[in-house]
Ligand binder design. Structure first.
Ligand SMILES: [Zn+2]
Length: 258
């Protein structure tokens, strides 16, 4: 059974803590996503994956209210972006994790919807698991889907990282009314050409250069959104939900130290 933190009383949360469920902290961003998608994409997608996983869960999972802001400095030059500084995001995350522990829970899964949050959250998850003696795990939602599948090619997965085919397909499926369909196009990423011109230096990955989204495409999106379909969105959601379910089962049965 999935419970939502803000729907429960203090007594019910206390009762639930004795059962030691996994607590999910969804984290997103509020940032521009090109001319065709709304600013809430990164938390809309994470929340939808969790909502769909609800049907599969036959053990206790507790979902915290979603953090809808993230570190989005790479999108700061576009109206609509609300970016937290690194230290603000750290403080918010630390205080939430500490409060979760104080409420009696010791398994935390951070489900992240925005790539710009990843490095900070990864470091914090390590620190807090040691400082608070909890099991803490960070999962980027897009690690729940394969590098390539029937719906998209590997190239799109690598370069279409913001408002491209994958995010647009998901949004068409779950939030279709919010998609400006006449603004959908192929947002070519300059990173592809850059990678061909360099052997080691990259825009994305372990040897990457710091970038702003306009370095990749002046319209603030990258990826071939023209190929997006609602039915692919359904398939991609199903892939993500299946893997999140497996992750939750493994975390539910995990005994630390084994
Ligand atoms: Zn996004």
């Amino acid at each position: 059974m999935i419970y939502f933190w803000e729907e429960l009383t203090t007594i019910k949360i206390s009762e639930l803590s004795s059962k030691k469920p996994v607590v999910i902290l969804p984290v997103g961003a509020t940032e521009q996503h090109g001319p065709h998608l709304p600013t809430g994409v990164d938390h809309f997608i994470v929340d939808e994956i969790i909502r769909r996983t609800t049907d599969l869960i036959d053990f206790n999972v507790l979902v915290l209210p979603t953090i809808k802001y993230g570190k989005s400095i790479e999108h700061a030059n576009y109206p609509g972006t609300i970016s937290l500084g690194s230290s603000t995001l750290c403080s918010v995350f630390r205080d939430i994790a500490r409060s979760v522990k104080n409420s009696g829970f010791d398994k935390l899964l951070v489900l992240n919807g925005h790539g710009g949050n990843y490095n900070i959250l990864s470091s914090l998850v390590r620190d807090l698991s040691i400082e608070l003696n909890i099991t803490a795990v960070l999962c980027d939602w897009d690690s729940l889907i394969p590098l390539e599948c029937e719906c998209y090619e590997r190239k799109e997965r690598c370069y279409g990282v913001h408002g491209g085919q994958i995010e647009t397909s998901l949004m068409l499926k779950s939030h279709g009314k919010l998609v400006e369909k006449n603004q959908i196009k192929n947002f070519h990423s300059k990173a592809e050409k850059f990678d061909k011109a360099n052997q080691v230096l990259r825009y994305l990955g372990p040897t990457s250069i710091g970038w702003k989204i306009e370095d990749l495409n002046s319209e603030g999106a990258v990826g071939n959104a023209v190929k997006s379909t609602e039915s692919d969105g359904e398939s991609i959601y199903m892939l993500a939900v299946e893997k999140l379910h497996k992750l939750l089962v493994e975390l539910d049965t995990l005994n630390k130290g084994l």
